[in-house]
Design a protein around this ligand. Sequence first.
Ligand code: PHE
Length: 513
Amino acid sequence: MENNRSSWGSNLGFLMAAIGSAVGLGNIWGFPYKMGKSGGFTFLIIYLLLAIFVGMIIMVTELAIGRKTGKSIISAYNEVSKKFKFLGWLGIFAPFVIMSFYSVLGGYSLQYMSLNMAELSFGLSGIFGSKITGGDTFSSMLVNPFGCFVFTLLFIIICMLIVRGGVEGGVEKFNKIGMPALFVMLVVVIIRGLTLPGSVEGLKFMFVPGYAVSAGFISEAPNIVTVLGTAGGQMFFSLSLAMGVMVTYGSYLDKKENLIQNSAVIVIADTIVALMAGFAVIPAAVANSMAAGIAPADMALGGPKLLFVTLQDVFSNMGAIGPLFGVIFYLLVLIAAISSAISLMEVVSSHFIDKAVAKGQKDPRKKIVLFVALAILVEATLVAVDGLGSNGIAPMNLLGMSSAPTFLQDWLDFMDCWSEGMAMPLGAMLLGVMVGWELNPRLALDEVEVSTKVGKGFETFYTICIKFVVPIVMAFVLAGQMQDYFGIGAISYIISIGILVVFWGITIATKKK
Ligand code: PHE
């Protein structure tokens, strides 16, 4: 790097960090369940196609913009396009807001790990009654705002300490140990899960097209547009795209590294871990719920309930060895959450660090990371105290509503709606418009070519994807998210396609002048 900005120690270190960011709660509680619900193997194919045609393309583009400018998110977008400068702000807003609930969920994992550890070491199964059951533990946890606050705080402190350590000394170091460790723990949990009697039902749920409906897990199959929206949204969140992460991580990357190959490795690794997570959790969750006589339609196989109710029951029913698996599993979840959270914290911090350095401050990282962590603590406290809407301060309660669309039901969903739901697909859609139409696809390709010759084939493929496939697919994803969060039906398509057409129009019209 020509300036004295931080950089990765090695390409492997970068890959571990980027994979660490990608591998998170989305892989563990999102992917396997959505795959099962949305058509099993068919969903997997759609997901992979989207990952190649959209995910990979955005990944290459973000890494290229980051490395080309060597700047943090806002300055990077500012440098490539004045007109689309606001995308940089979107890219700092979204990760900041995601941290509000990611920290709380990290705090839950920390609590569950501690509980299992306490049971393992002192047989403290009596903390919440006679035996830890997932349901009781989870509801007692949610209605204990102080406890949730403390563990959220602890989680934020852990992330802060890592990010304070810097790019190489903190983020890279953590991931270089954390990612292999996560992998090993995942294998251990998979072996245990697949050897539980009845686990094959879970495998069928995950892989066999149509099985979710015929076995009664869901009442009707989602239509193809919904599946596309689900797969696209999941892919985006899971690959940490349109969040400033890959731009920021790319800005620390050496000019000699191959951006296409690196992107492919990240996408493949993330998908493999998502599938492995499926093997680890779904068969065990289904087997155990079946043994308890729970009907398929009532099993909680996704979201917070999967992690903190269904799986805790699996461990509680394993006998003496249960708490040990509990500790391993929640530690795994915790590592996955930390490795993603530190990427989000790094995006926000790096913006202010670069600014301070430009003003001549010497080594402002520690101070800035502390301030960012404090700001995150404020918003996370709201989500922690809300306890997924258990404590009467959910947005709908404050508004005096008795029923409300998803985004008002609790603070987690509220935060999730604006960040993952809206900012992410909007940012990705407009990134396609910016690079494909306002600038030139060559912008990214030239940066790739600093180290690697790009064949004619890839050039054409990239150009078509960034100009057309990315914006159109993202408009559908945005529409799908609007439907989910606001419950506004088909109007969401009109709104999102409208936004795309307006931006396309303005971009092309103002460019010709
Ligand atoms: N990719 C992470 C996950 O799957 C979440 C995340 C999104 C992290 C965006 C960073 C940026 O859970």
